[in-house]
Design a protein around this ligand. Sequence first.
Ligand SMILES: [Zn+2]
Length: 285
Amino acid sequence: MNRKLIYFLPVFLSLLSLINLLMASNSPRPSEVLAQRESTAESTTVASSPLPPKEQASPTPEPEFTGYCLNVPILMYHHVQPWSQAQEKWQTALTVDNNTFDTHMAYLKSAGYTTISSSQLAQALINHSSVPTKSIVITLDDGYLDAYTYALPILQKYQMHADFLIPTGLLNNPDYMTGDQLKAALATGLISTINHTYSHFNLGAGNTEKISFEVLTAKKQLAEFGKDSAIFGYPYGTVAATKFLQENGYIAGLSTIQGQIQCDSFLISLNRTRIGNLPLSSYGL
Ligand SMILES: [Zn+2]
């Protein structure tokens, strides 16, 4: 027994150091840290629990359904890419496999859903007007390169609209879209942009000056692309500075609070439905 232990100890130790070495060489780059931080924030809402999403208890109390309401789910995606690529980049927590995304869009099409923009939804809530039957909003967060390379061709294939939440200062960085790619995406007529701050900044963590810089710089830069909307998407799902946003022309905000019913009483923090790799029917669609 002792002899065996002595024999295996060096093997075990060298295995340990090999594992350490591998982990170190795969340590995430800043952009991945960002993704993982958001993943942590968002995974507390859905992903970490074994229960199917529709049986989840919401982390924040369901908003009261007061005022004028519409049942329009806002689907929330981040990375859309091959699963193997997500594994290589340590992005699985925020990835929907591109073939799954294709299946999702095909499902929405065949189930008779109509994609509208967050802006159209907000206008309908403000005007107390209707939207097409089975309207749905698709959002892709953070301006990742894969939204352009993988998600956009699929959206074009099914002619479906999506909103891109863009942290403008991250454009042209590795793993993010370039400005030209965003322009090309907008030229398809299928994409709208949503202000997601300049540097993917948590609005709950800043003073007025910092919040002003983050929101207004992104607003100005998105306006230069010509397809800006008056909608704000809260980085990390932190609903904050709502008064500032409204004073600066934002008519609605996208939270990460789970829910499909949208009301004019909480326009500034509309609900979303976080989508993973399960069939869309598992998310109540
Ligand atoms: Zn984000």
